[in-house]
Ligand binder design. Structure first.
Ligand SMILES: [Mn+2]
Length: 425
């Protein structure tokens, strides 16, 4: 009897010890999983953490479900670039020279980018209806965010990744898939791999030869486990609330490709210009160059509210969400498209002719650094556009050739195979 008792006590003590260990582990994990602000004062950090937790809890169950993968450190109002402000630095001649070198190398002022926090906050100037809209988080599809890059600067690439982790609800983000398209810069090797290994839900895939944007993205898509593929460029900053409208729209209509509003981040000052009035839609000219247009009257009348998605003939290319199943049904991208240029119009023509639609959601905002000039050449632009014209433009392709005579000399031997369910022009 006494033996059984002491055995029971022993078990209890062991269980107690285990519980204590678990609790300790939990406490440690919790500390590690929140990014620390730059402040060194531990008490202050602790109260910041509690304030953030409270803010999330106060907004109720929606707030809890909207909790991002990683919580952004509190804003430092005096830090350069905070809240999307422009950064102007007083530089010595030597520093100035260094700054110019980065602009020469990246076509973006990386000297300034390096001074701005990778976790900076962006002021949310979206329409009121967008900011107050609630979502049924449990019923939204999940997404994989796919980011291909080639020789991207460290701080712009990392700021993109952190902004996705800090502005995408954990319940919606399956993973971020980075595809390094055979970069040759040293910091993108082991230094990047090590940095990534400390981030939750981020995978790094490397191609073993230069594939170009289209094939690099498709390689990334093969690893995706989310319901929706969200493609982003590698120098972006997402505005909180960016993903929900895209996913909600795809849940409503799975054959829609939805694009966010692309806000401009200045290549020189990193000022974030949020487009607050009606977004522009995509078009093209007869040389198949992408262009922006204002929303036509008919489309304005069709929509019942300012926050309804806007139909767009074409997309700019870098940023969009699409159901994985629908993207596969469409036949993904044209694998024959080299490097970049033209693939956005090809996919736009395809989705409209194959039973889907293309829209821009006015509540979804993502900033993009438009570089000073194209950072690398697109020697295949002409060849790519010929492929798009030959497959999707029917007799209208004559306008393309008339406006763009050199295109006549370009071969297009293996264009995309036609699909049965599409209505060709
Ligand atoms: Mn870009």
């Amino acid at each position: 009897m006494r033996g059984r008792c002491s055995r029971k006590l022993g078990l209890l003590a062991k269980a107690g010890f285990l519980l204590w260990l678990l609790w300790l582990g939990y406490l440690l994990l919790e500390r590690v999983s929140f990014p620390m602000s730059s402040s060194t004062d531990e008490d202050e950090e602790e109260s910041n953490l509690q304030a953030r937790q409270l803010a999330i809890e106060e907004s109720g169950i929606d707030g809890l479900l909207a909790k991002p993968v990683v919580i952004k450190p509190l804003a430092d109002d005096n830090a350069p670039g905070e809240w999307g402000r422009a950064t102007h630095l007083n530089l010595s001649p030597e520093e100035k020279k260094h700054e110019e070198e980065t602009v020469e190398r990246y076509a973006i002022n990386i000297y300034v980018s390096d001074k701005i926090s990778l976790h900076r906050h962006i002021k949310d100037h979206r329409m009121n209806e967008c900011r107050t809209k609630r979502f049924n988080y449990r019923h939204l599809p999940t997404t994989s965010v796919i980011i291909a890059f080639y020789n991207e600067a460290w701080s712009t690439l990392l700021r993109t990744i952190h902004s996705v982790l800090e502005s995408t609800p954990a319940i919606l983000l399956k993973e971020i898939i980075l595809i390094d398209d055979f970069s040759d810069r040293a910091y993108l090797k082991s230094q990047l791999a090590e940095y990534i290994s400390n981030l939750e839900r981020v995978r790094l895939i490397r191609t073993n030869k230069r594939e170009g944007l289209v094939r690099a993205r498709l390689i990334g898509a093969t690893y995706a486990t989310g319901d929706v593929l969200t493609f982003l460029d590698c120098h972006c900053e997402c505005v909180p609330g960016w993903i929900e409208p895209l996913l909600e729209r795809i849940a409503e209509n799975a054959s829609t490709i939805v694009c966010p509003v692309i806000d401009t981040i200045d290549w020189n000052t990193f000022e974030f210009y949020m487009q607050t009035d009606e977004p522009m839609i995509g078009g093209f000219d007869w040389r198949l160059t992408f262009q922006w247009h204002s929303v036509p009257e008919a489309e304005r009348e069709r929509r019942k509210s300012r926050i309804e998605p806007i139909r767009s003939p074409t997309m700019a290319g870098g940023l969009f969400a699409v159901s994985k199943a629908f993207f596969e049904y469409l036949g993904t991208y044209d694998m024959g498209m080299e490097v970049w240029g033209g693939e956005n119009l090809e996919l736009s023509f395809r989705v409209w002719q194959c039973g889907g639609s293309l829209e821009i959601h006015p509540c979804s905002h993502v900033g993009h650094v438009f570089p000073k000039k194209a950072p690398y050449a697109r020697p295949n632009f002409l060849q790519n556009t010929v492929r798009a014209a030959e497959v999707w433009m029917g007799s209208y392709k004559q306008h393309f050739y008339n406006r763009n005579p050199p295109a006549r000399k370009v071969g297009h031997s293996k264009t995309k195979k036609k699909k049965r369910n599409c209505k060709y022009l």
